[in-house]
Design a protein around this ligand. Structure first.
Ligand code: GUN
Ligand code: ZN
Length: 451
Protein backbone atom coordinates (compact mmCIF):
# COMPACT_ATOMS: atom_id res chain seq x y z
CA UNK A 1 0.00 0.00 0.00
CA UNK A 2 1.18 3.53 -0.62
CA UNK A 3 2.18 5.35 2.53
CA UNK A 4 -0.25 7.95 3.87
CA UNK A 5 0.36 10.93 1.67
CA UNK A 6 -1.96 13.85 1.91
CA UNK A 7 1.07 15.70 0.73
CA UNK A 8 3.83 14.49 -1.46
CA UNK A 9 7.22 14.10 0.17
CA UNK A 10 9.43 12.60 -2.45
CA UNK A 11 12.62 13.30 -4.30
CA UNK A 12 12.57 15.59 -7.32
CA UNK A 13 12.01 13.45 -10.40
CA UNK A 14 12.30 13.71 -14.17
CA UNK A 15 10.17 11.47 -16.36
CA UNK A 16 11.34 10.96 -19.92
CA UNK A 17 8.86 10.07 -22.67
CA UNK A 18 6.63 11.66 -25.27
CA UNK A 19 4.75 14.39 -23.42
CA UNK A 20 1.32 15.68 -24.48
CA UNK A 21 -0.90 18.22 -22.76
CA UNK A 22 -3.53 20.84 -23.60
CA UNK A 23 -3.75 24.56 -23.07
CA UNK A 24 -7.38 24.98 -24.19
CA UNK A 25 -10.19 23.21 -26.08
CA UNK A 26 -8.87 22.34 -29.56
CA UNK A 27 -12.42 22.70 -30.95
CA UNK A 28 -14.22 20.52 -33.47
CA UNK A 29 -11.66 21.26 -36.19
CA UNK A 30 -8.56 20.92 -34.04
CA UNK A 31 -6.51 24.06 -33.53
CA UNK A 32 -2.86 23.05 -33.03
CA UNK A 33 -2.33 26.05 -30.74
CA UNK A 34 -4.42 24.15 -28.18
CA UNK A 35 -1.80 21.56 -27.29
CA UNK A 36 1.90 20.93 -26.88
CA UNK A 37 3.56 17.65 -27.74
CA UNK A 38 7.22 16.90 -27.09
CA UNK A 39 8.42 13.82 -28.94
CA UNK A 40 11.59 13.44 -26.84
CA UNK A 41 10.06 15.08 -23.85
CA UNK A 42 10.67 15.46 -20.15
CA UNK A 43 8.37 16.17 -17.26
CA UNK A 44 10.11 17.33 -14.08
CA UNK A 45 8.48 17.19 -10.67
CA UNK A 46 9.49 19.03 -7.50
CA UNK A 47 9.96 17.32 -4.13
CA UNK A 48 6.49 18.52 -3.15
CA UNK A 49 4.83 16.98 -6.19
CA UNK A 50 4.41 19.98 -8.50
CA UNK A 51 5.32 20.36 -12.16
CA UNK A 52 8.75 22.00 -12.45
CA UNK A 53 9.19 21.65 -16.22
CA UNK A 54 7.45 20.14 -19.25
CA UNK A 55 9.20 20.37 -22.60
CA UNK A 56 11.91 18.91 -24.78
CA UNK A 57 14.34 16.70 -22.86
CA UNK A 58 17.30 18.50 -24.42
CA UNK A 59 16.12 21.80 -22.91
CA UNK A 60 15.73 20.42 -19.37
CA UNK A 61 17.01 23.16 -17.04
CA UNK A 62 20.42 22.40 -15.61
CA UNK A 63 19.30 22.52 -11.97
CA UNK A 64 16.94 19.57 -12.62
CA UNK A 65 19.58 17.35 -14.16
CA UNK A 66 20.46 15.68 -10.84
CA UNK A 67 16.90 14.54 -10.06
CA UNK A 68 15.79 10.90 -10.03
CA UNK A 69 15.31 9.76 -13.63
CA UNK A 70 12.35 7.65 -14.75
CA UNK A 71 12.53 6.27 -18.25
CA UNK A 72 9.24 6.00 -20.13
CA UNK A 73 10.67 6.69 -23.55
CA UNK A 74 8.48 5.26 -26.32
CA UNK A 75 5.40 5.88 -24.17
CA UNK A 76 3.03 8.82 -23.95
CA UNK A 77 2.90 10.90 -20.77
CA UNK A 78 -0.39 12.79 -20.35
CA UNK A 79 -2.05 14.58 -17.41
CA UNK A 80 -4.02 12.23 -15.15
CA UNK A 81 -7.51 11.58 -16.47
CA UNK A 82 -10.44 13.39 -14.86
CA UNK A 83 -13.70 11.47 -14.54
CA UNK A 84 -16.52 13.98 -14.07
CA UNK A 85 -19.20 11.47 -13.11
CA UNK A 86 -18.96 8.08 -11.40
CA UNK A 87 -20.55 6.10 -8.55
CA UNK A 88 -18.25 4.46 -5.97
CA UNK A 89 -21.16 2.40 -4.63
CA UNK A 90 -22.05 0.82 -7.97
CA UNK A 91 -18.98 -1.38 -8.21
CA UNK A 92 -21.17 -4.49 -7.93
CA UNK A 93 -23.96 -3.49 -10.32
CA UNK A 94 -21.86 -2.77 -13.39
CA UNK A 95 -23.21 -4.89 -16.28
CA UNK A 96 -26.70 -5.50 -14.87
CA UNK A 97 -29.07 -6.61 -17.58
CA UNK A 98 -31.98 -5.28 -19.48
CA UNK A 99 -33.52 -2.12 -17.96
CA UNK A 100 -33.72 1.58 -18.61
CA UNK A 101 -32.92 4.18 -15.98
CA UNK A 102 -35.82 4.22 -13.50
CA UNK A 103 -36.31 0.46 -13.39
CA UNK A 104 -32.58 -0.15 -13.37
CA UNK A 105 -32.21 2.05 -10.27
CA UNK A 106 -34.99 0.22 -8.42
CA UNK A 107 -33.97 -3.27 -9.45
CA UNK A 108 -30.21 -3.15 -9.09
CA UNK A 109 -28.81 0.11 -7.78
CA UNK A 110 -30.80 0.91 -4.66
CA UNK A 111 -30.39 -2.58 -3.11
CA UNK A 112 -26.62 -2.43 -3.76
CA UNK A 113 -26.32 1.05 -2.25
CA UNK A 114 -28.28 0.03 0.85
CA UNK A 115 -25.37 -2.23 1.87
CA UNK A 116 -23.15 0.79 2.47
CA UNK A 117 -24.61 1.36 5.90
CA UNK A 118 -21.96 -1.16 6.97
CA UNK A 119 -18.58 0.54 7.40
CA UNK A 120 -16.59 -2.61 6.59
CA UNK A 121 -18.39 -2.98 3.25
CA UNK A 122 -17.96 0.72 2.48
CA UNK A 123 -14.22 0.53 3.22
CA UNK A 124 -13.62 -2.63 1.18
CA UNK A 125 -15.43 -1.28 -1.87
CA UNK A 126 -13.84 2.17 -1.64
CA UNK A 127 -10.41 0.49 -1.85
CA UNK A 128 -11.44 -1.64 -4.81
CA UNK A 129 -12.97 1.37 -6.54
CA UNK A 130 -9.90 3.60 -6.13
CA UNK A 131 -7.64 0.81 -7.40
CA UNK A 132 -9.81 0.58 -10.52
CA UNK A 133 -9.62 4.35 -11.10
CA UNK A 134 -5.84 4.40 -10.80
CA UNK A 135 -5.50 1.35 -13.06
CA UNK A 136 -7.53 3.29 -15.63
CA UNK A 137 -5.20 6.29 -15.35
CA UNK A 138 -7.81 8.41 -13.58
CA UNK A 139 -6.38 10.58 -10.81
CA UNK A 140 -9.34 12.89 -10.14
CA UNK A 141 -13.05 12.14 -10.10
CA UNK A 142 -16.26 13.56 -8.77
CA UNK A 143 -17.89 10.67 -7.03
CA UNK A 144 -21.35 9.66 -5.82
CA UNK A 145 -21.23 7.45 -2.71
CA UNK A 146 -24.57 6.65 -0.94
CA UNK A 147 -26.83 8.37 1.61
CA UNK A 148 -24.68 6.89 4.42
CA UNK A 149 -22.02 9.15 5.97
CA UNK A 150 -19.90 6.00 6.37
CA UNK A 151 -19.64 5.74 2.59
CA UNK A 152 -18.27 9.29 2.38
CA UNK A 153 -15.77 8.71 5.20
CA UNK A 154 -14.52 5.48 3.61
CA UNK A 155 -14.03 7.12 0.24
CA UNK A 156 -12.32 10.27 1.50
CA UNK A 157 -10.09 8.39 3.97
CA UNK A 158 -8.67 6.19 1.26
CA UNK A 159 -8.38 8.97 -1.31
CA UNK A 160 -6.39 10.95 1.24
CA UNK A 161 -4.11 8.02 1.98
CA UNK A 162 -3.32 7.74 -1.72
CA UNK A 163 -2.71 11.51 -2.04
CA UNK A 164 -5.48 11.99 -4.61
CA UNK A 165 -7.51 15.04 -5.59
CA UNK A 166 -11.11 13.87 -5.28
CA UNK A 167 -14.62 15.31 -4.90
CA UNK A 168 -17.45 13.50 -3.12
CA UNK A 169 -20.45 14.16 -0.88
CA UNK A 170 -23.24 12.29 0.83
CA UNK A 171 -26.13 11.46 -1.51
CA UNK A 172 -29.36 13.27 -0.56
CA UNK A 173 -32.64 11.51 -1.31
CA UNK A 174 -35.84 11.94 0.67
CA UNK A 175 -38.83 11.83 -1.67
CA UNK A 176 -41.38 9.03 -1.46
CA UNK A 177 -41.84 6.74 -3.26
CA UNK A 178 -38.96 7.36 -5.65
CA UNK A 179 -36.42 7.06 -2.85
CA UNK A 180 -37.35 3.70 -1.28
CA UNK A 181 -37.91 3.52 2.49
CA UNK A 182 -34.73 1.50 2.96
CA UNK A 183 -32.58 4.13 1.23
CA UNK A 184 -34.09 7.44 2.21
CA UNK A 185 -33.00 10.37 4.36
CA UNK A 186 -35.15 10.44 7.50
CA UNK A 187 -35.59 14.22 7.28
CA UNK A 188 -34.12 17.25 5.56
CA UNK A 189 -32.84 18.47 8.93
CA UNK A 190 -30.93 15.27 9.59
CA UNK A 191 -29.54 15.24 6.03
CA UNK A 192 -28.40 18.83 6.46
CA UNK A 193 -26.78 18.08 9.79
CA UNK A 194 -24.91 15.08 8.37
CA UNK A 195 -23.85 17.09 5.34
CA UNK A 196 -22.55 19.94 7.49
CA UNK A 197 -20.56 17.51 9.65
CA UNK A 198 -19.02 15.87 6.59
CA UNK A 199 -18.13 19.26 5.08
CA UNK A 200 -16.40 20.18 8.31
CA UNK A 201 -14.50 16.88 8.33
CA UNK A 202 -13.40 16.73 4.69
CA UNK A 203 -13.84 19.90 2.63
CA UNK A 204 -10.49 21.42 1.78
CA UNK A 205 -8.52 18.78 3.70
CA UNK A 206 -5.39 18.03 1.68
CA UNK A 207 -6.68 17.52 -1.87
CA UNK A 208 -10.31 16.71 -1.02
CA UNK A 209 -13.37 18.77 -1.85
CA UNK A 210 -16.99 18.40 -0.81
CA UNK A 211 -19.70 18.17 -3.45
CA UNK A 212 -23.32 18.53 -2.33
CA UNK A 213 -25.08 15.57 -3.94
CA UNK A 214 -28.86 15.53 -4.36
CA UNK A 215 -29.27 12.31 -6.37
CA UNK A 216 -31.70 13.85 -8.91
CA UNK A 217 -34.97 15.72 -8.87
CA UNK A 218 -37.33 12.69 -8.61
CA UNK A 219 -35.77 11.55 -5.31
CA UNK A 220 -35.75 15.09 -3.88
CA UNK A 221 -38.46 17.03 -2.09
CA UNK A 222 -38.71 20.77 -2.69
CA UNK A 223 -37.39 21.28 0.85
CA UNK A 224 -34.32 19.14 0.14
CA UNK A 225 -33.49 21.06 -3.04
CA UNK A 226 -34.00 24.35 -1.21
CA UNK A 227 -31.63 23.21 1.57
CA UNK A 228 -29.06 22.22 -1.08
CA UNK A 229 -29.30 25.65 -2.70
CA UNK A 230 -28.89 27.35 0.68
CA UNK A 231 -25.69 25.45 1.46
CA UNK A 232 -24.27 26.34 -1.94
CA UNK A 233 -25.06 30.03 -1.57
CA UNK A 234 -23.60 30.04 1.94
CA UNK A 235 -20.23 28.65 0.87
CA UNK A 236 -19.22 29.28 -2.73
CA UNK A 237 -16.25 26.92 -2.45
CA UNK A 238 -18.56 23.86 -2.32
CA UNK A 239 -19.32 21.80 -5.41
CA UNK A 240 -22.65 20.35 -6.52
CA UNK A 241 -23.22 17.15 -8.47
CA UNK A 242 -26.49 15.65 -9.66
CA UNK A 243 -28.17 14.01 -12.64
CA UNK A 244 -30.30 15.85 -15.20
CA UNK A 245 -32.37 14.99 -18.26
CA UNK A 246 -30.87 11.56 -18.82
CA UNK A 247 -33.95 9.60 -19.83
CA UNK A 248 -37.27 10.55 -21.40
CA UNK A 249 -39.44 8.90 -18.71
CA UNK A 250 -37.36 10.67 -16.05
CA UNK A 251 -37.89 14.03 -17.77
CA UNK A 252 -41.67 13.41 -17.91
CA UNK A 253 -41.68 12.49 -14.22
CA UNK A 254 -39.86 15.69 -13.28
CA UNK A 255 -42.39 17.70 -15.29
CA UNK A 256 -45.21 15.98 -13.41
CA UNK A 257 -43.63 16.45 -9.97
CA UNK A 258 -42.21 19.96 -10.30
CA UNK A 259 -43.80 21.63 -13.34
CA UNK A 260 -41.70 24.48 -14.69
CA UNK A 261 -40.27 25.14 -18.09
CA UNK A 262 -37.73 22.33 -18.01
CA UNK A 263 -35.67 19.99 -15.85
CA UNK A 264 -32.77 22.49 -15.72
CA UNK A 265 -35.30 25.17 -14.79
CA UNK A 266 -36.22 23.16 -11.68
CA UNK A 267 -32.62 23.08 -10.51
CA UNK A 268 -32.19 26.75 -11.32
CA UNK A 269 -35.29 27.59 -9.26
CA UNK A 270 -33.53 26.25 -6.15
CA UNK A 271 -30.19 27.96 -6.80
CA UNK A 272 -28.34 24.84 -7.92
CA UNK A 273 -26.68 26.34 -11.00
CA UNK A 274 -23.24 27.58 -9.90
CA UNK A 275 -19.75 27.66 -11.39
CA UNK A 276 -18.99 24.52 -9.39
CA UNK A 277 -22.13 22.59 -10.40
CA UNK A 278 -21.85 19.47 -12.49
CA UNK A 279 -24.90 17.99 -14.19
CA UNK A 280 -24.53 14.44 -15.48
CA UNK A 281 -26.06 13.53 -18.86
CA UNK A 282 -28.20 16.51 -20.02
CA UNK A 283 -29.25 14.59 -23.13
CA UNK A 284 -32.83 15.83 -23.34
CA UNK A 285 -32.31 19.58 -22.97
CA UNK A 286 -32.81 22.54 -25.30
CA UNK A 287 -30.96 25.67 -26.31
CA UNK A 288 -32.46 27.74 -23.48
CA UNK A 289 -31.25 25.16 -20.95
CA UNK A 290 -27.76 25.23 -22.46
CA UNK A 291 -27.71 29.01 -22.29
CA UNK A 292 -28.78 28.93 -18.63
CA UNK A 293 -26.05 26.41 -17.81
CA UNK A 294 -23.43 28.41 -19.71
CA UNK A 295 -24.48 31.70 -18.08
CA UNK A 296 -24.04 30.15 -14.63
CA UNK A 297 -20.69 28.59 -15.59
CA UNK A 298 -22.13 25.15 -14.75
CA UNK A 299 -20.81 22.02 -16.45
CA UNK A 300 -22.12 18.84 -17.99
CA UNK A 301 -20.72 15.30 -17.82
CA UNK A 302 -20.90 13.40 -21.12
CA UNK A 303 -21.23 9.72 -20.22
CA UNK A 304 -21.41 7.79 -23.48
CA UNK A 305 -20.97 4.20 -22.25
CA UNK A 306 -23.76 4.73 -19.74
CA UNK A 307 -26.03 6.55 -22.18
CA UNK A 308 -25.71 3.72 -24.67
CA UNK A 309 -25.99 0.95 -22.07
CA UNK A 310 -29.26 2.31 -20.59
CA UNK A 311 -30.55 3.40 -23.99
CA UNK A 312 -30.78 6.96 -22.68
CA UNK A 313 -29.88 8.80 -25.88
CA UNK A 314 -27.13 10.54 -27.81
CA UNK A 315 -25.55 13.54 -26.08
CA UNK A 316 -25.12 16.55 -28.37
CA UNK A 317 -21.54 17.64 -27.77
CA UNK A 318 -21.61 20.15 -30.58
CA UNK A 319 -24.69 21.94 -29.26
CA UNK A 320 -23.26 22.00 -25.74
CA UNK A 321 -19.91 23.46 -26.76
CA UNK A 322 -21.66 25.71 -29.28
CA UNK A 323 -23.58 27.25 -26.37
CA UNK A 324 -20.31 27.53 -24.39
CA UNK A 325 -21.25 24.89 -21.83
CA UNK A 326 -18.15 23.32 -20.28
CA UNK A 327 -18.19 19.57 -20.87
CA UNK A 328 -16.22 16.80 -19.17
CA UNK A 329 -16.27 13.06 -19.70
CA UNK A 330 -17.85 10.69 -17.22
CA UNK A 331 -17.67 6.93 -17.06
CA UNK A 332 -20.81 6.77 -14.87
CA UNK A 333 -19.94 3.30 -13.61
CA UNK A 334 -22.18 1.29 -12.86
CA UNK A 335 -24.53 2.35 -15.67
CA UNK A 336 -21.29 2.99 -17.52
CA UNK A 337 -19.53 -0.16 -18.58
CA UNK A 338 -15.88 0.77 -18.10
CA UNK A 339 -13.69 2.66 -15.64
CA UNK A 340 -11.45 3.66 -18.52
CA UNK A 341 -11.76 7.12 -20.04
CA UNK A 342 -10.02 5.71 -23.12
CA UNK A 343 -12.83 3.18 -23.54
CA UNK A 344 -15.25 6.03 -22.84
CA UNK A 345 -13.68 8.10 -25.63
CA UNK A 346 -14.12 5.17 -27.99
CA UNK A 347 -17.87 5.32 -27.37
CA UNK A 348 -17.89 9.13 -27.39
CA UNK A 349 -16.43 9.02 -30.88
CA UNK A 350 -19.24 6.71 -32.05
CA UNK A 351 -21.97 8.82 -30.44
CA UNK A 352 -20.55 11.88 -32.17
CA UNK A 353 -20.45 9.94 -35.45
CA UNK A 354 -24.12 9.01 -35.06
CA UNK A 355 -24.81 12.74 -34.81
CA UNK A 356 -23.01 13.26 -38.13
CA UNK A 357 -19.85 14.74 -36.61
CA UNK A 358 -16.50 13.49 -35.48
CA UNK A 359 -14.40 13.72 -32.37
CA UNK A 360 -10.71 14.26 -33.07
CA UNK A 361 -8.21 12.53 -30.79
CA UNK A 362 -7.02 15.98 -29.73
CA UNK A 363 -10.43 17.04 -28.54
CA UNK A 364 -10.87 13.58 -27.03
CA UNK A 365 -7.69 13.77 -24.92
CA UNK A 366 -8.49 17.38 -24.04
CA UNK A 367 -11.91 16.29 -22.70
CA UNK A 368 -10.31 13.52 -20.65
CA UNK A 369 -7.77 15.89 -19.05
CA UNK A 370 -7.98 19.70 -19.08
CA UNK A 371 -11.66 19.66 -20.14
CA UNK A 372 -12.54 17.59 -17.09
CA UNK A 373 -10.47 19.85 -14.84
CA UNK A 374 -12.29 22.90 -16.23
CA UNK A 375 -15.66 21.19 -15.73
CA UNK A 376 -14.77 20.74 -12.06
CA UNK A 377 -13.34 24.24 -11.72
CA UNK A 378 -10.03 22.65 -10.80
CA UNK A 379 -8.00 23.76 -13.81
CA UNK A 380 -5.95 26.13 -11.64
CA UNK A 381 -4.38 23.08 -9.95
CA UNK A 382 -4.66 20.10 -12.35
CA UNK A 383 -5.45 19.26 -15.99
CA UNK A 384 -2.18 20.08 -17.74
CA UNK A 385 1.55 20.43 -17.14
CA UNK A 386 1.84 24.15 -16.58
CA UNK A 387 4.67 24.83 -14.11
CA UNK A 388 3.39 24.83 -10.53
CA UNK A 389 0.39 22.56 -11.11
CA UNK A 390 0.05 19.30 -9.19
CA UNK A 391 1.93 16.57 -11.02
CA UNK A 392 -0.75 13.93 -11.60
CA UNK A 393 0.00 11.99 -14.76
CA UNK A 394 -0.55 8.80 -16.65
CA UNK A 395 1.86 6.87 -18.83
CA UNK A 396 0.26 5.24 -21.88
CA UNK A 397 1.67 2.31 -23.82
CA UNK A 398 1.16 2.16 -27.58
CA UNK A 399 2.21 -1.50 -27.58
CA UNK A 400 -0.29 -2.64 -24.93
CA UNK A 401 -2.07 -5.13 -27.20
CA UNK A 402 -1.04 -6.74 -30.49
CA UNK A 403 -3.81 -4.91 -32.33
CA UNK A 404 -2.84 -1.50 -30.95
CA UNK A 405 0.87 -2.19 -31.48
CA UNK A 406 0.36 -3.11 -35.11
CA UNK A 407 -1.94 -0.18 -35.83
CA UNK A 408 0.57 2.15 -34.14
CA UNK A 409 3.38 0.69 -36.18
CA UNK A 410 1.74 1.49 -39.52
CA UNK A 411 0.36 4.89 -38.44
CA UNK A 412 1.61 7.67 -40.66
CA UNK A 413 1.79 10.33 -37.98
CA UNK A 414 1.16 11.17 -34.33
CA UNK A 415 -2.50 12.05 -34.96
CA UNK A 416 -3.18 8.54 -36.26
CA UNK A 417 -1.35 6.97 -33.33
CA UNK A 418 -3.27 9.06 -30.85
CA UNK A 419 -6.56 8.17 -32.52
CA UNK A 420 -5.75 4.44 -32.42
CA UNK A 421 -4.97 4.78 -28.71
CA UNK A 422 -8.28 6.56 -28.11
CA UNK A 423 -10.28 3.89 -29.95
CA UNK A 424 -8.41 0.72 -28.96
CA UNK A 425 -7.06 1.72 -25.54
CA UNK A 426 -8.31 0.80 -22.08
CA UNK A 427 -6.69 -0.18 -18.75
CA UNK A 428 -4.21 -2.39 -20.60
CA UNK A 429 -2.71 0.73 -22.16
CA UNK A 430 -2.10 2.40 -18.79
CA UNK A 431 1.47 1.43 -17.90
CA UNK A 432 1.69 3.63 -14.81
CA UNK A 433 -0.22 6.30 -12.92
CA UNK A 434 1.32 8.98 -10.71
CA UNK A 435 -0.30 11.32 -8.20
CA UNK A 436 1.77 14.35 -7.11
CA UNK A 437 4.70 12.69 -8.82
CA UNK A 438 4.36 9.51 -6.75
CA UNK A 439 3.74 6.14 -8.40
CA UNK A 440 0.25 4.96 -7.44
CA UNK A 441 -0.34 2.31 -10.09
CA UNK A 442 2.19 0.16 -11.89
CA UNK A 443 0.67 -2.22 -14.43
CA UNK A 444 3.67 -4.51 -14.59
CA UNK A 445 4.61 -4.75 -10.93
CA UNK A 446 2.94 -5.93 -7.77
CA UNK A 447 1.04 -3.01 -6.19
CA UNK A 448 2.15 -4.24 -2.76
CA UNK A 449 5.68 -3.12 -3.66
CA UNK A 450 4.71 0.48 -4.36
CA UNK A 451 6.24 2.94 -1.94
N1 GUN B 1 -30.14 9.09 -11.97
C1 GUN B 1 -30.36 9.02 -10.64
N2 GUN B 1 -29.52 8.15 -10.04
C2 GUN B 1 -28.75 7.64 -11.02
C3 GUN B 1 -27.69 6.69 -11.04
O1 GUN B 1 -27.30 6.13 -10.02
N3 GUN B 1 -27.14 6.43 -12.25
C4 GUN B 1 -27.55 7.04 -13.40
N4 GUN B 1 -26.95 6.74 -14.54
N5 GUN B 1 -28.54 7.94 -13.41
C5 GUN B 1 -29.14 8.23 -12.24
ZN1 ZN C 1 -24.76 8.67 -12.49
Amino acid sequence: MPSPAGQHRGRPKVVFGQVLHFLKDPGEVPDPAAWEVFEDGALAITADGKVAYAGPARALPQHLAGAERVDHRGRLVVPGFVDTHIHAAQVDVIASYGKQLLEWLETYVFPAEAKFDRAAHARALAGFFLDRLLAAGTTTATVFPTIHPTSVDAFFEQSRQRGLRMLCGKVLMDREPYAPAYLRDRSVDQAEQQTRELIERWHGKDRLGYSITPRFAPTSTERMLAMTGRLLQEDRSLWLQTHAAENKDEVALVKKLFGGRSYIDVYERYGLLTKRSLFAHCIHIDTTDRKRLAAAGSSVAFCPTSNLFLGSGLFDLRAARGSKVTVGLGTDVGAGTSYSLLATLNEAYKVTALRGRSLSPYRGFYLATLGGAQALDLDHVIGNFRVGKEADFTVLDFTATPTLARRTDVAKDFTERLFALMILGDERAVAATYAQGRLVHDRDNDPALLG
